[in-house]
Design a protein around this ligand. Sequence first.
Ligand code: SAM
Length: 276
Amino acid sequence: MLQDRSVGDVPLTEADFDAISKRVREASGIVLGSSKRDLVYGRLRRRLRVLGITSFAKYLSMLDAPEGAAERVEMVNAITTNLTGFFRERHHFEYLERDLLPHLPRQGRRLRIWSAGCSSGEEPYTIAMTLHRSMPDLHAWDARILATDIDTEMVSKGAAGVYPADRIAPVPAELQRAHVHQLDGSTVRMGDDLKALIAFRQLNLLDSWPMRGPFDAIFCRNVVIYFDKPTQRALFDRFADMLVPGGHLFIGHSESLFRTCDRFRHLGRTIYQKLR
Ligand SMILES: C[S@@+](CC[C@H](N)C(=O)[O-])C[C@H]1O[C@@H](n2cnc3c(N)ncnc32)[C@H](O)[C@@H]1O
């Protein structure tokens, strides 16, 4: 039997935890197993402190009130795990550079890539740097990267494109020189040439999508790991609808389409290609 979590004077009862998990799942698709109790407690206790609320029961009433919409956004922001990095899972960008971009149909010179669940922007900026490096005639292309996340704070960070200087360590030196500007000793800013390629937007992947596509590639990495199978199945099916025939889907290292979606073939190393 789990103990009520009571640090300070605010206990999180099992009923509170279940009610919060239900609301998080409805709002984002994120499934919070009982192993996430400490995480939920720590992150939402901070919200209670900010709001001056003295119990989780009162917090739940606030979430459910008509004027609770803004706090529902804050709750999702607090719960999401935003771990990311430049050139994370580097082999995906090597594949993009060596195998995908050189074989794009040149007719129309249109390129669309979606970073779905982009967190604070390192992933779409990495895609943008890869495009610059491997497409000498990029200026002649109608190329765009859509970067979306449910977390409004992350979307703002991505759009700002300002990072602590130590975060760019994985970026190859020649790309740093070309596209990253030092603001001061401890902060860097992504170049306007990268920013011009990327549109940052808040988007819940469970909602309807305003864009028409089609995309040549979708990066949705380390996002569906937090969803249950039916949610993953529906999402991968919608990704397939959004891709051009033969379009690519990149997922996270611990994710898989096995027994979840049969509209792709596995090319290896969590890279999938939509069947024609
Ligand atoms: C661990 S980060 C992954 C970031 C990046 N794709 C990477 O692999 O480095 C997961 C991101 O998915 C976002 N996310 C979670 N649920 C989402 C949803 N329903 N719709 C859109 N984004 C979601 C989170 O806010 C978080 O920023």
